[in-house]
Design a protein. Structure first.
Length: 264
């Protein structure tokens, strides 16, 4: 049984092409010799740890990919990967929990690099009535939850528009990261049963794509914002994204405020 081992050259070529750098451009930006970079990619020469760090920074590689590059070069990973439950992640977890709680009474959640749910506030959980228990079994993938016929899809009024938005976002993320799991997720979601219209989806909001979700006899209109830990040096933390949803109209705002008042 044969196995393949990633090489520094393979990884550098992959990421250089993904970022649309020529060898000349990358060498110039990273401050290394074009000839030496060529030799490293071809396997004719090795690269120092410092050189690999500079190249990975210039290529804007995710922290997980930077660790892979260093391991391929025979060096120890530069970035840790801790569970959010570890004591060292206590302050980061506190920030995450504070954002989710502070966004109440409006929905907010956190996902990992593959869109699996990390945490959510009560407003999110209240919107999941009627969702198949199968989709709520950990790990909960929020994109699958949104687009699956047994998930939220039947209750999304602008499903064509929302589906297009999510799949386009996932496609861009896949191309940027080269993550095979994201590519597989995109293929799975794109193949889910969906009654397509004869015309392209018509925007229901002139400035942003809302999520229009039917709940309790009304249609909620929500706009989302995305937040990441911009200075993370831990792989787990760097891959977490927070999605906070805001009311896009007065009726939606009143719905959540009324719910919070009744709960209180």
């Amino acid at each position: 049984m044969s196995t393949t081992t990633e090489t520094v050259g393979d990884l550098l070529r992959e990421w250089r092409r993904r970022r649309r750098y020529s060898q000349l451009e990358l060498a110039g930006e990273a401050g290394v010799s074009t000839r030496h970079l060529s030799f490293v990619e071809s396997g004719r020469a090795g690269a120092s740890r410092d050189m690999l760090v500079r190249l990975s920074e210039q290529l804007d590689m995710p922290l997980r990919a930077r660790n892979r590059l260093l391991l391929a070069g025979g060096f120890a990973p530069a970035y840790g990967e801790r569970s959010l439950d570890e004591p060292a992640m206590g302050e980061a977890r506190a920030v995450l929990d504070a954002v989710l709680a502070g966004h109440a009474p409006f929905p907010a959640l956190a996902v990992d690099a593959h869109w699996n749910l990390v945490a959510a506030n009560d407003a999110v959980m209240a919107l999941l009535d009627g969702v198949s228990p199968v989709l709520l079994a950990p790990p909960v993938n929020v994109l699958r939850l949104s687009l699956h016929p047994q998930g939220l899809a039947p209750r999304i009024d602008n499903l064509a528009e929302w589906r297009h938005h999510l799949l386009e976002r996932l496609c861009m993320q896949t191309e940027s990261s080269g993550d095979a799991r994201l590519a597989a997720l995109h293929a799975e979601l794109a193949a889910l049963p969906f009654r397509a219209g004869t015309k392209p989806p018509v925007p229901v909001n002139p400035v942003a794509v809302p999520l229009r979700l039917r709940a309790a006899g009304t249609v909620l209109s929500l706009l989302s914002t995305t937040t990441v830990f911009g200075t993370a040096t831990d792989v787990t933390l760097a891959e977490i994204t927070l999605e906070c949803f805001y009311p896009a109209d007065a009726d939606t705002r009143a719905y959540f405020l009324r719910g919070a008042a009744n709960a209180g």
